[in-house]
Ligand binder design. Structure first.
Ligand code: GLU
Length: 508
């Protein structure tokens, strides 16, 4: 029987959740769902110095908004908890000790000053930042250089130490990445990474291997920036659990911005979001706008992320989550970087807004409009309005400007669009329109248009010359859907009132 598919997203709660992070979540999620597997969220908070309050809750919120909720997590529970590494502290030490016993790791007692001295003493032009590695370890204060008796004493007197992996010299570590295929590293170029820190916390390297093992992870997908750490992880797997138990790896390509790797700064510089949701840095108070608040639909957000580095081999670009689950395969993820194109992202959102039924957009639009003090008296009206204007909205937030005039009489007019060509004949025309509309007892868009055009013809006015003023009367500006549709929806009384009110403004 093959191993149950279990994948994980393992963020460190250090700040906003970047596009690349959500894409990693998405690929994990799609793979899990496609293979009837489990998707686990594990919080990797062992680096106390980088801990940011609020960041963990923010991650939960982002996943919830994007519709990518985990099956197991600190919030959702599960059989393999705790899912927060800081709560698993006691588990890791025994594995570090085991490695020491087996000769694959060692205690290192070097103080920060000694480490700094090492960096100065061994600095050369070819090697400007020497690492603690096979060429240096025998010159340092560790359990490979200090006699056993003395080690015991140091340990008994609670001397501060770390545990480091003893990287083998000139060994080749290879594995098959599901995206990059065969990947090999020469272990001589990798330093003796710290596995257990002086505060008793594991480093990421030890914790990730131990937890992937204990949580029975079958496939580990993560960003390409972790590729250089892979040889350390593979050796730890080999030493602790045997390579057979190891998950299959896939290192996902970088997401590129206008100049190289997409960064938070690119967002500020080019005016697009890079985080899933608004993130306020608790230290500086700086707010970074998210895709959600910018007005992206979660469906569009995951669709565009899925296509940043993957396609199904056809020209299809719009996919629902269900379609993605059906079609996704990790082997079809490209190994090269995927360029984020904001114009394309907007296109996805626009397409999704057009495709989404008004009923589903309703609550988002209602919140948006009522938050600005507009009162929506009729729910059914709102759906009609959404259907009329959604083709014009790139962002959910566009619904405000595109629909507010359905619910509120304009207070200002684009007079520049009307006044230069305003004249007595037009004034008389609208007076007649008011009279006609007042007698109307079939308030339908087609009837209104027919009457409007007949009155224009009778007055020798081109309908085109009075349609724009009519639009400005009802909307305030030169935009919006069909003007007779607007009139039908706002109703007879309101239409007539708006014409009267605007005539006063135009004649002033
Ligand atoms: N904690 C790592 C991060 O913050 C996880 C890397 C991995 O998935 O192995 O990205």
């Amino acid at each position: 029987m093959s191993k149950k598919v279990r994948v994980r997203f393992a963020p460190s709660p250090t700040g906003g959740l970047h596009l690349g992070g959500v894409r990693t979540v998405l690929y994990n999620y799609l793979f899990a769902k496609k293979n009837n597997g489990d998707f686990i969220l594990r919080i990797e908070d062992t680096d106390q110095a980088r801990y940011v309050p609020g960041a963990e809750q923010y991650i939960f919120d982002c996943l919830k908004w994007a519709g990518l909720e985990p099956d197991e997590s600190p919030l959702h529970g599960g059989e393999y908890g705790p899912y927060r590494q800081s709560e698993r502290k006691e588990i890791y030490r025994q594995y570090a000790e085991q490695l020491i016993k087996d000769g694959q790791a060692y205690y290192a007692f070097d103080t920060p000053e000694e480490l700094e001295k090492m960096r100065q003493d061994f600095k050369t032009e070819q090697n400007p930042s020497p690492q603690y590695d096979h060429s240096i370890r025998m010159k340092m204060r560790n359990s490979l250089t200090i006699p056993a008796e003395e080690i015991k004493k140091l340990l008994n007197t609670n001397t501060r130490y770390v545990i480091r992996i003893k990287m083998p010299e000139h060994e080749t570590v290879s594995f098959t990445d599901m995206i990059r295929r065969e990947v090999s590293f020469d272990t001589s170029v990798v330093d003796d990474k710290v596995l257990l820190k002086a505060d008793g916390m594991p480093t990421y390297h030890l914790a990730v291997v131990v937890d992937d093992y204990l949580m029975k992870i079958s496939h580990a997908f993560r960003g390409e920036e972790w590729l250089p750490s892979a040889p350390v992880h593979i050796l730890l797997w080999k030493y602790l659990f045997g390579l057979n138990a190891m998950p299959q790896w896939a290192h996902l390509p970088l997401i590129l911005g206008p100049n190289g790797k997409l960064s938070k700064r690119d967002g500020a510089r080019y005016g697009f979001p890079v985080f899933a949701m608004n993130w306020t840095d608790p230290k500086t108070g700086e707010l970074t706008e998210g895709f959600k608040e910018k007005g992206f639909l979660p469906e569009a957000f995951i669709n565009l992320l899925a296509l940043l580095g993957w396609n199904d081999g056809t020209e299809q670009e719009i996919f629902t989550k269900e379609e993605l689950i059906g079609k996704f395969s990790i082997e079809r993820v490209h190994s090269g970087g995927a360029k984020f194109d904001y114009e394309k992202a907007k296109w996805f959102n626009h397409e999704w807004i057009k495709r989404t039924e008004a009923g589903l957009l309703k609550s988002g639009v209602r919140n948006l409009v009522t938050a600005k003090g507009v009162i929506i008296s009729e729910e059914a009206l709102l759906e009609k309005v959404i259907d009329l204007v959604k083709d014009r909205c790139t962002f959910l937030t566009d619904f405000y400007d595109q629909s507010v005039f359905f619910f509120k009489t304009p207070e200002q007019y684009d007079l520049n669009a009307v006044k230069p060509k305003w004249n007595e004949a037009k004034q008389l025309f609208f007076t007649e329109v008011i009279r006609d509309f007042e007698l109307n007892n079939d308030w339908k868009e087609a009837v209104l248009e027919k009457d409007f055009k007949e009155i224009a013809a009778a007055n020798h006015i081109k309908p085109g010359d009075v349609l724009l003023p009519f639009r400005v009367m009802l909307v305030g500006g030169k935009f919006g859907p069909g003007v007779f549709d607007i009139a039908e929806i706002i109703g007879k009384k309101e239409t007539i009132n708006r014409i009267k009110k605007a005539l006063d403004a135009f004649n002033n």
